[in-house]
Design a protein around this ligand. Structure first.
Ligand code: ZN
Length: 172
């Protein structure tokens, strides 16, 4: 294979450093649609920068614009297994004043050994909130329907930041 053909191939297919524009629909095994970009702005992400779950990212490698694919991602390559008994009730007194959260929101907290951890709000009431270390989609197979729309090469700045800029990307 000549260098020219290698280069033209990598311009047309998803490799690390590609900025990918795609539509996606995410369903659970029971058919419930959790999230979808269809009918809204497509998702723009930087391939190889862990912007999306690993099991989806690996299946998109080598795909070209126009590709439509169904990808099943097991929990280990998605949002992880679900652990039992990890919910914790946090009284309002222990939260900053006017701490405004909704179920499903991630919040960052310090664990007892000083590590930064992400917790997910599972319920909110007047006296307290309940948080869980499980991602809301932990333990679930993720059934993605994907349509790859566009590709471009990431700029040096995007590579450095680990996310795309411009329409659909990060704004600083
Ligand atoms: Zn940036």
């Amino acid at each position: 294979m000549s260098l020219v053909s290698v280069m033209s191939e990598s311009n047309n297919t998803i490799v690390d450093g590609s900025v990918v524009t795609m539509h996606y629909t995410l369903k659970l095994d029971d058919g419930e649609t959790v999230d979808s970009s269809v009918g809204q702005d497509p998702l723009v992400y930087l391939h190889g920068a862990q912007n999306i779950v690993p099991g989806l990212e690996s299946q998109l490698t080598g795909k070209a614009p126009g590709a439509k694919l169904d990808v099943v991602v097991v929990p280990e390559e998605g949002y992880g297994p679900r652990f039992d008994g990890t919910e914790k009730i946090v009284p309002r007194e222990e939260l900053p004043p006017n701490f405004d959260v909704e179920p499903g929101m991630p919040i960052s907290a310090q664990s007892s050994d000083g590590q930064e951890v992400t917790l997910f709000v599972t319920s909110v009431c007047e006296e307290s909130i309940t948080v869980d270390m499980n991602h809301p989609l932990a333990g679930q197979n993720l059934n993605f329907a994907i349509e790859v729309l566009e590709l471009r090469e990431a700029s040096a700045e995007e590579q450095e930041h680990g996310h795309p800029h411009g329409p659909g990307g990060h704004h600083h």
